[in-house]
Design a protein around this ligand. Structure first.
Ligand code: HEM
Length: 458
């Protein structure tokens, strides 16, 4: 690896750049470091050399699939022990990954989203009924519940009861605890020094092992009921997953893999989408003019599948949230062959961390207002100059997010319905940007808003 790469100083012998890390806000700290060190730099910890790519143009180069590939590293690698060969954690070379992707792609296509619309709509209605009559609501809690309910209802036709009885079912409680513990474990111990992280990770893992085993059993039972016919399948993702045959091999997915996929969707789909919803509501509460435009669009288009699919203003708002605060703030890319990046040599097989968070705010790509929340930039003709390689909140290439259209449809529906029903206002004085916390994902620190019924709600 190129020894000329800039690094945060001072470097401690043997240990390396121990002063160059922030355990609680790692990627936000790295973004600040990039302002100092430039679009590419390294952080050495013991014998690990982590190269960070923070410039828009260089990040774009790493998205070139001919030269770079997705790397399983960091927290993603740790998830492998939890969700096995689920899509997110399978190696691209694993035949089961290709098979699962071919089987699951139709489950996330527009035709499938149309089927899930009623489930998504029911969650939006429950959320609004739950908020009705209140003056102040906990956005974090509500978005966690909404995104979990959407996956459970659209994914496997289960109402978790989070809006009605607080998810009182003990199996649901155990599952929620396990999901939360897994997320903390995957991120927290990754940010520690190697030995400290391993010890902490081991202890955390022991603490959630029983909850995870019960969660697997809960999902196994749902799958088994469906296969045996004890439960008649609805129009859901599980049904599509069980019925679809891989067009290439003619095989169906093994049932333990189906379980791992369901668990993957619960983990990969809820925290990320909740983060997007929260960031968006944070900005909308601060910008009544923008919220009104979202309302006008919803009222003119309506909230059925096609109405929501074509909501341009609302989608511009969501895109702008994803640009400034990508819920997955970075991704690992490995060099297929020897590469030059910003004048530095990166040898074949070395992985770099592309800091999407910083790259999507690079003024050289996005202009002088790059740090400003401006959804209208997505209408600008100039934006068409920016190919997908500069805007990658859902990753890139064959391993990019399978749930992209699902998340966008769900988010557009929830945001437009919430704005249609309520006027939102921040309770506390807020700055220009939300305060973000990190747990593998980048998500606003829990916040509440004041709400009042919006006149003319549908
Ligand atoms: C992959 C982001 C919602 C399921 C990814 C990746 C990103 C991402 C960046 C690629 C990670 C990498 O290259 O290491 C997001 C964001 C979401 C979201 C920002 C919401 C705003 C969802 C939803 C689901 C989902 C709703 C499922 C219901 C997956 C799966 C993969 C993935 C299965 C792995 C795909 C593969 O490797 O074949 N997501 N995601 N995501 N996401 Fe999402």
């Amino acid at each position: 690896l190129d020894t000329r790469l800039p690094h945060p100083g001072p470097r401690v012998p043997i240990l390396g750049d121990v002063f160059g890390a922030d355990r609680d806000r790692p990627t936000q700290h790295e973004m600040a470091l990039a302002a100092e060190l430039g679009p590419i730099f390294e952080r050495k910890l013991l014998d690990t050399h982590l190269v960070l790519v923070a410039g828009g143009e260089l990040a774009g180069q790493c998205n070139d699939e001919d030269r770079w590939a997705r790397a399983l590293a960091g927290p993603t690698l740790k998830f492998r022990g939890i969700v096995g060969a689920g899509l997110f954690t399978a190696k691209t070379s694993d035949p089961l990954w290709g098979q699962a992707r071919r089987i699951l792609d139709p489950g996330f296509a527009q035709s499938a989203l149309r089927l899930y619309h009623a489930a998504m709509q029911s969650v939006a209605d429950d959320l609004i009924a739950h908020w009705d009559g209140r003056e102040r609501v906990d956005v974090h809690e509500a978005m966690t519940n909404a995104t979990l309910e959407v996956i459970a209802r659209a994914g496997f036709s289960r109402n978790l009861g989070l809006f009605t009885d607080g998810g009182a079912d003990p199996q649901v409680q155990t599952m929620l605890t396990a999901l939360d513990q897994v997320l903390s474990w995957a991120s927290e111990s990754s940010n520690d020094l190697p030995v400290v992280g391993q010890v902490r990770g081991f202890l955390q893992q022991r603490a959630f092992a029983a909850n995870l085993a019960q969660t697997r059993a809960y999902i196994d039972a749902i799958v088994a009921d469906r296969v045996s016919g004890a439960e008649v399948g609805g129009d859901d993702l599980l049904g599509l997953m069980l019925d679809t045959v891989d067009p290439e091999t003619g095989a169906k997915l093994p049932l333990d893999n189906v379980r791992d996929q369901v668990l993957t969707f619960l983990v990969a789909g809820h925290e990320t989408t909740a983060a997007l919803l929260e960031v968006t509501l944070w900005y909308l509460a601060a910008r009544p003019d923008l919220a009104q435009r979202v309302v006008d669009e919803g009222r003119s288009r309506g909230f059925d599948y096609s109405g929501v699919a074509g909501m341009r203003t609302t989608r511009n708002v969501l895109n702008e949230s994803l640009r400034l605060w990508p819920p997955v703030p970075g991704m690992f890319r490995v060099a297929r062959t020897d590469q030059q990046l910003g004048g530095y040599d990166i040898p074949a097989g070395h992985a770099v961390f592309v800091l999407t968070l910083a790259a999507q705010r690079d003024a050289q790509v996005w202009g002088p207002t790059a740090d400003r929340f401006d959804p209208d930039r997505w209408d600008a003709k100039a934006l068409r100059r920016y190919p997908d390689r500069y805007f990658t909140p859902f990753g890139t290439g064959p391993r990019s997010c399978i749930g992209r259209a699902f998340a966008m449809q769900e988010s557009a529906l929830l945001i437009s319905k919430i704005c249609d029903a309520f006027v939102l206002d921040h309770v506390d004085e807020v700055g220009d940007e939300p305060v973000m916390r990190e747990r593998g994902t980048l998500r606003p620190a829990p916040f509440s808003v004041a709400i009042a019924p919006r006149p003319g709600a549908s």
